[in-house]
Design a protein. Structure first.
Length: 204
């Protein structure tokens, strides 16, 4: 079962009257973050003018992107997510294949994930439904694609996918996603920083 989510200290205080770019994501184990980030660095190192690898702490599985929302909604979002997350199991995941997204004019290099037992898609449906009922999220029409963004295309660069060599992916054993967080995305010169505002731990 999920332990009731707690607001992280960074989300409290006077900033609650501000707005922030918010999203809900399933977090990755630190070992998986490190392995995938190292792979992204190897790819971006050969194309330094075109790609920027993301730091390990920036790797996650987005469930719902809420966009700009008042930070005072953080408590209500946590409350509405508590029940579906309390019923959710920890998804069993495996690495799939690298993806350039979108297919035309790609902006990111991502890794598709295998939802081994179907739990990740069920989790995404329950989270998106709860947020939609709260009125802070509009469900997307396209099917949910489980993936992790590993590198971003630098502004102005045009990617020729067939000209970029992708090394073999690291050998990763299956893993479980054990926590869900509400993040605030803060834009910075070196790329966005993701600040957790609320978190719940899923049961095995």
């Amino acid at each position: 079962m999920a332990r009731r989510g707690a607001e992280v200290e960074a989300g409290a205080g006077s900033e609650r009257d501000e707005r922030g770019r918010l999203f809900v994501a399933l977090e990755l184990p630190a070992s998986v973050q490190a392995a995938l980030a190292a792979w992204a660095v190897a790819v971006a190192g050969g194309e330094p003018a075109q790609l920027r690898a993301l730091a390990p702490a920036a790797l996650h599985i987005t469930l719902c992107f809420l966009g700009g929302r008042p930070l005072r909604e953080v408590g209500a979002i946590g409350d509405v997510l508590a029940e579906p997350l309390a019923r959710a199991g920890a998804p069993l995941l495996a690495a799939g294949v690298p993806l350039w997204l979108p297919a035309r004019g790609p902006r990111v290099l991502a890794l598709e994930l295998e939802d081994v037992d179907g739990t990740l898609r069920s989790l995404q449906l329950s989270v998106s439904g709860a947020l939609e009922r709260l009125g802070v999220y509009r469900r997307e029409q396209r099917p949910y694609l489980p993936h992790v963004t590993l590198a971003r295309v630098r502004g102005g660069a045009r990617i020729r996918r067939d000209a970029i060599r992708l090394p073999p992916l690291p050998a990763l054993e299956r893993w479980r996603g054990e926590s869900v967080a509400l993040f605030r995305s803060r834009l910075a010169p070196g790329g966005a920083r993701y600040e957790p505002l609320w978190r719940a731990t899923l049961g095995l």
